[in-house]
Design a protein around this ligand. Sequence first.
Ligand SMILES: Nc1ccn([C@@H]2O[C@H](COP(=O)(O)OP(=O)(O)OP(=O)(O)O)[C@@H](O)[C@H]2O)c(=O)n1
Ligand SMILES: C[C@](O)(CO)[C@H](O)COP(=O)(O)O
Length: 249
Amino acid sequence: MNIKPSVHAMIVAAGRGSRFGASVAKQYTKLQGQTLLQNSVARLASSTYIDKCLLVIAVDDSTAQTLDFALPIDYAIGGNERWQSVQAGVEAIANVGAKDSDLVLIHDAARPAVPRSDIDGVIEAAMLEPYGAILAAPVADTLKISIDSNAQSEPTDRPISTNNQHSYIKRTIDRSHMWQAQTPQVFRLGQLQQVLAYVSEHQLVITDEASAFEHLNLPIRLVDGSRQNIKLTYPDDAILLTAILTAQN
Ligand SMILES: Nc1ccn([C@@H]2O[C@H](COP(=O)(O)OP(=O)(O)OP(=O)(O)O)[C@@H](O)[C@H]2O)c(=O)n1
Ligand SMILES: C[C@](O)(CO)[C@H](O)COP(=O)(O)O
């Protein structure tokens, strides 16, 4: 009989939100009457696979524990880089007796509009995979790569600008196999611990956990994700997210 593996959910919320530029960390920006973090926990709570959540918060975070959440919450302290926050969460989950074969779901606090169907879909996909699965959206726009401002191959006929801060197109990239990675990302605990240890040992720079598996050529499944599942990164994103959350209610 196939026994479904346990799913341990974590939300990474230890960032500073520097690109968003608010006076408070962006995970505490209010949308639809509650913070981004509360919204994201509520989304995970909508999945029948998830019945509690580990929040990975900054060492100086004095806000999270004053808030009410839609799930029972445990806490871990994050690191300077996102992957280090994930690693802290993974170790906290491992330390409470989770099995290597259990699934770990990692979600950004900054993605409060992920549909429940996507959460369930990526979990169910990961259950069928040896290593894991992530939500991602196929790229819909034409992609350009820019000329590095220090590159020798800068065009000689580039308009002389008053400053050299402009970017110029180097070429268009074939987008037919390009995806924008999202979260949740779902992996098996033991393997995730191993690949994050590899990242640490080799001082690799990664921006999502799937990248760690890629460094070891381990296959991670792409699960088509909603374009509504945007990440609050820049100020403009707050307008988009408010519209999306309103439309979803
Ligand atoms: N050291 C870090 C960095 C990021 N995150 C979390 O990872 C998610 C996605 O990261 P990002 O959007 O980059 O958030 P910030 O790092 O806060 O933003 P910025 O890079 O603009 O400072 C966020 O929920 C953020 O809180 C984290 O837990 N620990
Ligand atoms: C994990 C992620 O949301 C997938 O797109 C993204 O990599 C987070 O990157 P950030 O620079 O930490 O926002």
